[in-house]
Every structure is written in C-alpha cells, then in structure tokens.
Design a protein around this ligand. Sequence first.
Ligand code: NOJ
Length: 735
Amino acid sequence: MKKNIIHCLVFLIVFTSTLFAGNKKDKLLYKDAKQPIEKRIEDLLSRMTLEEKVMQLNQYTLGRNDNANNMADPVNDIPGEIGSLIYFSSNPELRNKVQKKAIEQTRLGIPIIFGYDVIHGFRTLYPISLGQASSWNPALVEKACAVAAQEARMSGVDWTFSPMIDVARDGRWGRVAEGYGEDTYTNAIFAAASVKGYQGNDLSSEKNVAACLKHYIGYGASEAGRDYVYTEISKQTLWDTYMLPYEAGVKAGAATLMSSFNDISGTPGSANYYTLTEVLKNRWKHDGFVVSDWGSIEQLRPQGVAANKKEAALKAFKAGLEMDMMNRCYDNHLGELVKEGKVSQEQLNEAVRRVLRVKFRLGLFDRPYTPESTEKERFYRPENLKIAEQLAEESIVLLKNQNKTLPLRRVSKIAVVGPMAKSQWNLLGSWAAQGKSEDIPSIFDAIKAEYKNQAEVSYALGCEFDGNDRSKFEEAKSIASKADVILFCLGEKKDWSGENASRSSIALPKIQEDLVMELKKLGKPVILILSNGRPLELNGLEPISDAILTMWQPGTPGGKPLAGVLSGRVNPSGKLAMTFPYSTGQIPIYYNHRRSARPHQGKYQDIPIAPLYEFAHGLSYTTFQYADLKASALSLKPDGKLTMEIAVTNTGDVDGYETVHWFINDPVSTISRPVKELKFFEKKMIKKGETATYQFIVDLKRDFGFIDEDGERFLEAGDYYVMVKDKKIKIEIVN
Ligand code: NOJ
C-alpha cells in the first residue's frame, strides 16, 4: 500500500513537471508579452483558420443590457471569436464576462476590442465639439479627451469612435455639432489634440483608449444638409478642404478610422480604393485599421454600387475597409469570397494583421480584463470636472453686447424665462454617452446660485421649444415686468442636432421668437442665452436684443459657466468656429470661400450677403488693441525663413483671453485660392494693461503653398498677404 502511494506520488511529480516543462517549451509566442508586436501578430496569424480570421473583421453590439437577470443572454449570443463589440454599459462587469468567453472558451483566446461613441465625454461630459472649437484651446481639448479616455477605459471601453473631423459648412446638417466647424486647419488642429488626449503616449495604459477619425471622408458635404445623402466633391476640394484634418489625425497616431456613409462623386466612402488604400495606407502609411460606419457596407446596395451583400462585402474589403460594423456582410460572405479566390489569403491576412496590431498595442492580449473599480474612482474626479468646466467657460461665445449690457453687476431682480431655463437634459448635447442629466445644474439653478444674496431670480417657462401654445406668455410677462432684466433661455433640444437631425431652417422656432417679441414690449434689457448644436438664424431677434451669447451644449457643467459669464466671474473668450448666417438662404456660407468673378455683383435681392456673425467672431468684456503686423522679411526665397509677430494690448479693465487668428491670402495663383485661409491661431491670457506678443513661425510651403488635386503641395513665387483682424502685410516670394 505504502509502496503504491510512493509510486503514485513519483508518477505525479514526473507527470506535472514534464507537463510544466512542455508548457514552457511550447509557450505560444503570441502570448509572450516580451516578444515584439509584429512577431506576435505573425505567430498568431499562422495559427488562425479562415473562419477565425474572418471573425476578427466583424463588430457586433453588446446590447444595452445591464439587467443582472439577463446578463448571461448576450454573453451566450456573442461568438467568442468576434473581433469587436460596441459596448453600452458604464461598468466593466459585462465586458469582462464576454471577454472571459473570448479568452477562455475559444481556441486561440484572442481578446475582443470594445468600442463606444465617447464623443464629448463618457460620464463627465464637456461641450460638444463645435463648442470645443470655439474655445480655440486645443491643449484644453486634449485634456478633456484624456478625461473621457480615463473614464471610458476604466469602464470597459478600449476604443472611442471619435474625433469627428468632418469639415462642415451647412448648419442644416445636424452633425455640425459633432465636428470642429467649417475650417480645415481648425479641424486638423483639434484632430491632433483629441487623438493625443485619447491615446496619450501609450495605448496600453489603463487610462487611454484608441481613437477613430471619422467619417472618412467628405461626409460634411452632404447635399442640402441632409444626412446620408450624396456628396459632390472634386478631387481638388477633397484635398484642399477635407483631407488635411485626417492627415493630421493620422500623423498624431490615430489607431483607427471610420469610413463614411456618403457617396463621394459616385464612389461611396466605404468602397473607395483611392481614399482608403491609395491615400491612407500607401501614402500616409497608416498601419491601424478602418471600421465601416454602422451599416455602411450593406448600404452600398441602396447607394447603387453593389447588387447584394456579398458584392458589397467584396467592394468594401477590396477598397481597404477592414472591419464591418453591424452589416453582417463580412461574417457571412468574406470566407466564401476567399474560397472563390476573389479575395486573396494575403489580403485577408493583411486586414487581420491590422486589427490585431491595434489590439496588441492596446495591451489587450496581456491584460484582457478591465479591473473592477467604484464609480467614485472612475467618474467625476474633481480635477476632471474642473477641466470640463473650464472648457465650457471658454467655449461660450458672446455674440453681441450692446452698451456693455453684460456682465450683469448691479441688478436686484432677474427674470429667467424660456424653455431652456430649467432643462437639464438638453444641455447634455447629442451623443451624451453615459452622461446623467440629473447631475447637471440647469441654467436657472446656476444663476440662482451665482447671484445668491445679491439678486432675486424669478422664473417662468414662457413657452415650449416649439408648437403654438402662447398660454404661458402672460405668466412670463408678469414676472418679467417686475425684473430689471430679462434673460431668455432659448435654443435647440438635444435631439435637434446630431446624427439624422437635419433642419430645413436654422431659425429658432417661431414660438420662441414670439416670446421675446412679446416681452420686449416691457422695455427691459433683453439678453438671449442660447443653447444650440449648430449656428442659428437670428436676424429677427438680433436687432431687439441687447446681448446675445451661445453656450452650445455644455455637458456636465450645465449652466454654471454661463452664470459665471453673466456675473462677470468669467470673462468670455470664445469665438465662432462656424459662421452664423444672416438667414438659412445664405447656406452654404463660410469665410474661406473662393472668389467671385464679379465681387461687386451677385448679391441677393432680399437679404444681405454678409453673414450675421462671421467665423472667429466673439466678444470679450475687455478690449484688445492690435499693433501693426511685423514680419522678419518682406521679400524672401521659397526656402527662406519667415516669422510674423503682432503685439496685442489689453486696454480694458479686466484680464482676458485673446485668440489671434492668422490668415493668409494669395491673390493670384495657378488655381484660384480662397479669399482668406486660416493658417495658425494662438490663445493667450492678457492681464489688463499688459501687452502680449503673438508669433507665427511660417513654413512657406505649408502655409503659403497650395495643394493640388493629387495632394501635392506647391509654393509659387508672387505676392501673399498675411492678415490678422484688419491688419494686413504683403510678403513677396521671389525665385
Ligand atoms: C453611426 C454614426 O454615423 C457614427 O458616427 C457612430 O460612431 C456609429 N453609428 C456607431 O454608433
């Protein structure tokens, strides 16, 4: 008996040690964190079956299911081999369960990448991108994106479908809210800033997420401001208007891109070999992957370039689109297409390689699970709230301030009127991720808090956002009649902008205008406070308003930054990143239009041709005086060095931020150039009475040159103008 036990023990020791030794010897290379990523990818690829490869190229959704009782259902439904999932939860629990299935119940244990629309914050929301751009503070936007990344990654999200960097010039298009406005350079700067914020220096950090530049490309040109429709974009315009932000985002290291819904002059963005392969992969050497937009492969059918889903899969894949978001085209047809020889093994491998590369870089193979944490550890960290609040403050644009109506200092009775006044929900903005409206101070509450013990603040709804009900006008009139000043809190509901939220007119609904008109009769100062996701048509209200400001959709800080601007605690510094037209009929209207053959003619018979508020317009409570422009040289060769300078003095009596925008103008060129092109901007705090010097170090080819329809940059000899506000200086380039 004793002998038997000893035999057994010896056997066990020998067996386990050989097993252990065997394991050690056979340790799979792709699982070894010490090996270089490219080696790990190749090793893994060599072990994968056709089916496993195909599955890596698909993204499904992992429903909005955070009900503990049903938790297992989605886990069972999801194939463990899936490449990616869209993740809707605010904690990592469900993610970890599904990930466990991928890691432990599949042959190769390839982790899933979880993506989500973290567009302007995760739980801590900051202003919508159009508002962010109005801050002209990319360093602050970078910090805000880092906040979003930390909250998202700690909640189980590895990858955000952001930033949207579609240059957009038609305010009817609801998605103007999601981008950085009408200008190419501005979108490029914020593209790079947000990518850096999301991704940091190390994608594998537990605080960073992979970014996704979208929607590649030209989606902002949607005809007549309608969503998902055709876009007419010449190659010249593709390059000089739409490409630069993507190039900047790729250079900043963006791990992924999302292909667009739009048809680009006959070739949809999701089947466009030129943009997806020739430019992105061959020219810019992007080594991450492209995901389709939701259904954009399948939609090649209604767009008229594919007869069925299989053909759609073939077209999209061959064009250079690696991952299928909710089309069910790749999972159903790609394997077949490979077997039929229509897609080569090498093409398939290359696509899978790209997806795996991003997963490896995110560290998912080495740390597939998200550590559990409390909400307090993840969300609303005080330092994060501060960033959101500062960004919301800096994004507010003071559009009009007649006779220094604002700030409101010596008032004892303030009437707050209008449908936005007590709304929390609408201040969230579109794509509000895991934001919670109940955590947001309304405009009314914030004003009350700001003026505590200083002024009596009364409220009346006045009217709803739209409709014809004037029955509450009287009540509003009554409280307004007792006040020193009337604050009208107006604007757009949350879902009036964003995806599939076009409007044929960008005016405020008539009922809101009527409310102002009616109360104006009281003879009190009229202040318009607007929360909106697009530029608005204000020509009816502008003449009767003493002050107008837009707070966009500020997110979590809600009404507090606005209240600070009203009281003067915050000096507004935002400037428009998108023109406010005089009326919808002027659209498309943007500052950097090309020239007219007859500038003195071609006007409208019924409205002015100038916009109501132009690009970069925005007022401050102080005044800034601009000295003359200085140039280090007035005439130079194409390879010369040029530095421009301008001194700006704060001549008012409060400190203030001032953003200087540097434009150039090339009056005669081989191809006609826009009347003005933004090439640089910088924001600085200038204390009252002090002077700051702003510098623009010009790279002649980049800043004076133009790009042709093949994306080549040229610098021609001739005269150029550098412009800041009304200052202008001529620079000559000589051969
Ligand atoms: C469609 C939108 O166009 C895109 O921006 C978004 O990222 C995806 N849906 C995923 O929600």
